[in-house]
Write a protein that binds this ligand. Structure first.
Ligand code: ATP
Length: 329
């Protein structure tokens, strides 16, 4: 079947096809003319290249928040441009089909809006799949088997914890604390402890840098001295980054605890045997899986490709329509 698996995230949009794998992985951002806000001038990386250098009359728009559509018209323009960019020369047919991943906690109205946008963007047939189900499928788990899988998805704006089993959701909890809050926590820590003010991009780089450095090392961060306003460099131990984000991670731990509390005993037995699957970019933060393991005494496995496994799973749904059918009822 010719079509796309689509993960519309707050931070990133990822598109895959059964033939070519991931064909687009770019920021969920578009630039529009202020006077014509529903026509995309640039999307994704091209749009983010323009951040902080946008000429007058051009505005950045983030059409997705917490995995759902903020504004129908903008989302339609964005998804249409995404599909056009992912399909140069109509390689996937004139009117391809699509499976869009949707937060497990999305309301019927939010789900309907996504379906509508998919159709209007040119997709012939649109299916929706809960993000944790797509993430599990993208990690090689069969979401239809009679066994409980607990998925923690730490995205940019939201963390979702979902227990799935045999084509249905057993328990679901979410909180508005995720990767972007971890970045803000680092920003606050640098100001409070090192008296240095950094931009959001620098705080984000420090967070991602802490993941990238394999051994216990330090990172050099550049900012402005809070007192003098002069440029200053600070050496930040990667351990400090875990310390800085700890207050923000408490909310994620509490959400996970609430989801576990709702599970029936046999489902708990499955989770104890199998552990927790962590997906989403936020799960890549160094030390976060260990922190969850210590809090619950359960093994935590981070997906091999936390940023793309949801789109990979949505793409795999093209060959497994029974998964879409089971989880859409
Ligand atoms: N290597 C990394 N280490 C730590 N955090 C990372 C890393 N790479 C990306 N992130 C963070 O992951 C978050 C984005 O993750 P992801 O793309 O899964 O979110 P999303 O699906 O767009 O958001 P949402 O699920 O909230 O709609 C951002 O906060 C980003 O800073």
């Amino acid at each position: 079947m010719r079509g796309f698996g689509i993960d519309l995230g707050t931070a990133n949009t990822v598109v895959g096809t059964p033939e070519d794998g991931i064909v687009l992985n770019e920021p969920s951002l578009m630039m529009v003319r202020t006077k014509d806000p529903h026509r995309a001038l640039a999307i994704g990386l091209d749009a983010s290249d323009l951040v902080d250098r946008t000429p007058a009359g051009i505005t950045p728009v983030r059409p997705i928040r917490d995995g759902v559509i903020v504004d129908l018209e903008s989302a339609r323009a964005f998804v249409t441009a995404v599909i056009r960019q992912a399909t140069p020369s109509r390689r996937y047919g004139l009117r391809p089909t699509g499976v869009i991943a949707v937060p497990a906690g999305a309301s019927p109205l939010e789900r309907r809006a996504l379906l509508e946008v998919g159709h209007e963007a040119g997709l012939r047939k649109v299916g929706l799949i809960p993000e944790p189900v797509a993430g599990a499928l993208g990690c090689g788990i069969n979401p239809l088997e009679p066994r409980t899988h607990l998925v923690v998805d730490i995205g940019g704006g939201t963390s979702e914890v979902t227990a799935i089993c045999f084509g249905g959701v057993l328990s679901h909890r979410s909180c508005r604390i995720a990767g972007d809050d971890l970045t803000r926590a680092i920003h606050r820590y640098l100001r409070a402890e090192h008296k240095i003010i950094v931009g959001e991009l620098t705080a984000e780089r420090a967070k991602v840098g802490a993941t990238a450095t394999a051994d216990e090392q330090s990172l050099v961060v550049e900012g402005r001295d809070a007192a003098t306003g002069r440029a200053r460099l600070v050496t930040l131990e990667t351990e400090e980054i875990m310390y800085a984000v700890r207050p923000a991670t408490t909310g994620i731990v509490q959400t996970l605890a609430a989801c576990l509390d709702d599970l029936p005993p046999r489902a708990i037995t499955d989770v104890m045997a199998e552990g927790i699957l962590a997906i989403g970019g936020g799960s890549m933060l160094r030390g976060l899986p260990q922190l969850l393991e210590e809090a619950f005494g359960l093994p935590v496995k981070t997906a091999e490709r936390p940023l793309t496994c949801v789109a990979e799973g949505a793409t795999a749904c093209m060959d497994h329509p029974e998964v879409v059918a089971a989880y859409s009822s």
